[in-house]
Design a protein around this ligand. Structure first.
Ligand code: ADP
Length: 484
């Protein structure tokens, strides 16, 4: 049921039940204890009367002769008084008197009667049919006291019952009182119900209101009416929700800002080669009869600019790929030594051109679970930078080591180094330390951003140490086993 999933509906029900259950319980408890008490009093009363009757029965020898007027009228009186029926049973279990006149002469052998003959009075309350059945032994206490000279022992009494009074007494008056009490209690309960419903409705609405305010505030942000932080401090719980939402909002703002900055940077970077090409083309066009050498020279420049544009676009595409979820990784178990050797083999010609020596040191064979394409790109960028930002006659040293959890690749160079204050920015997209020099070298400022994304996708880490004019070392640490 959908409605039961609503907090308000649940609160309503809880408050309603908390109000109603005790009142219904109390009604039952009070009625029950009244009934118990009334029945007990009635039994005690009836037993007293029948004890007196039993004495009279002995006194008037009624068990021998049922003609005694005194006893008969007493019997009628009692049967009227208790709206019931009285049977007198003699020692042969024969009914010698029935106030209803139906069962006289019959034999009654019931468990209660037998027990009563042994001297103990029994009672049996039948609440369903509304009567109490009571047996009273007819005991000749006078004879037992004077007749036996020996000391009266407790159990001698048992055999002394000369007959049994079996009576059923109506409890209709008790029932009537119970009904009246019940009706009144139900009226009070009905009034209480109306109040409880009203209170539960109001209270549940009031208690849930702050949560609705949270939803409303979030909806306003969603609809774009405001991008201010929201605040609903009624409960600790709403404060937590709102805090989490505000943090999310903050993160979204940062993301939005960086996205805008990125778009601006991309546009700028893509426009720069185009502007150069336009300048080159324009200057050729404005010069009438420009010499063929000039054409060739400018065409070489234009081709370079096209290549640069191409490189920026390629880097951007790589970066976009890295920005996707880690689930896009194509993980395979790979020999990392082989991978590094391949990367260095591809980059050695560039190093040779710059007269830079490339050294590879592997301490042990390493096999790890990685995405071959992405890791190759990440490490190639680092080695390429180490060659690019090097001095003539410099060196690049690549080392590989591993423990039981991670492998570490170190890429050191004898290059220009990075000033300390720049170190925290080098992973930013389009960031370059020395803009003019870097452009001359042919960087896009995207390489380290791509490397860092790729390393993080592998749940690894990247660290840099650098001294200006001395050289730089990058350390990449990646888990041997890729855990999803
Ligand atoms: P780029 O395409 O310009 O090389 P990167 O993101 O790869 O972009 O690098 C960002 C900047 O960090 C570079 O412009 C360069 O100034 C600096 N840098 C990167 N690697 C090195 C290095 N090994 N030695 C000195 N400077 C480096």
């Amino acid at each position: 049921m959908k409605i039961l999933r609503s907090l308000r509906a649940r609160l309503f029900l809880i408050i309603l039940l908390a109000g109603l259950i005790p009142s219904v319980g109390m009604r039952y408890a009070i009625l029950q204890s009244y009934e118990d008490r009334a029945v007990t009093v009635r039994i005690a009363d009836v037993q007293n009367q029948f004890k007196i009757l039993a004495n009279h029965l002995i006194l008037y020898g009624y068990l021998m002769d049922t003609s005694s007027e005194v006893v008969n009228s007493e019997l009628d009186q009692l049967s009227n008084l208790y709206d019931g029926r009285v049977l007198i049973i003699d020692q042969n279990f024969k009914v010698i008197k029935d106030t209803y006149g139906i069962s006289e002469g019959r034999t009654v052998i019931s468990e209660e009667v037998i027990r009563c003959f042994k001297g103990s009075s029994t009672t049996n309350y039948d609440s369903k049919n509304g009567y109490i059945e009571i047996t009273t032994p007819i005991v000749n206490t006078v004879v037992s006291a004077s007749g036996s000279q020996t000391e009266a022992e407790g159990d001698t009494k048992e055999s002394l019952a000369e007959g049994v009074i079996l009576s059923s007494v109506s409890t209709s008056t008790i029932m009537t009182t119970l009904e009246i009490l019940n009706r009144r209690a139900m009226i009070v309960e009905l009034i209480a119900l109306v109040f409880t419903v009203a209170i539960s409705l109001a209270l549940s609405k009031f208690l849930v209101a702050p949560f609705e305010r949270v939803t409303q505030a979030i909806n306003e942000v969603k609809a774009g009416f405001t991008d201010e932080e929201i605040s609903v401090n009624d409960y600790l719980e709403t404060e937590h929700i709102v805090d989490a939402f505000n943090q999310l909002l903050g993160r979204m703002k940062v993301l939005d800002d960086s996205r805008q900055e990125f778009v601006a940077n991309v546009s700028h970077e893509l426009k720069t080669p185009l502007t150069s090409m336009k300048v080159l083309a324009d200057s050729l066009m404005t010069q009438e009869e420009a010499p063929a050498e000039l054409y060739r020279e400018f065409m070489v420049d234009i081709a370079n600019e096209i290549e640069r544009e191409n490189k920026i676009i390629n880097d951007l595409l790589s970066l976009v790929k890295m920005d996707k979820k880690a689930a896009d990784l194509n993980i395979v178990s790979l020999d990392i030594n082989g991978l590094l050797e391949l990367i260095l083999k591809r980059l050695r010609p560039i190093a040779r051109k710059k007269n830079v020596e490339v050294i590879y040191e592997s301490i042990r064979p390493v096999t790890a679970e990685v995405d071959e394409v992405k890791l190759t790109l990440a490490l190639s960028n680092l080695v390429e930078n180490a060659i690019k930002y090097n001095k003539p006659e410099g060196w690049v040293r690549v080392t590989l080591d591993a423990d039981h959890q991670f492998f570490t690749v170190g890429i050191s160079d004898s290059g220009v180094g990075i000033p300390e204050e720049e170190l925290e920015h080098i992973y930013e997209r389009f960031y370059r330390v020395d803009k003019s020099h870097s452009r001359e070298i042919g960087g896009t400022g995207l390489g380290l951003a791509i490397t860092r994304s790729a390393v993080l996708m592998h749940r690894g880490s990247i660290r840099v140490q650098s001294e200006e004019g001395q050289g730089t070392t990058f350390f990449v640490k990646i888990p041997l086993i890729h855990l999803v």
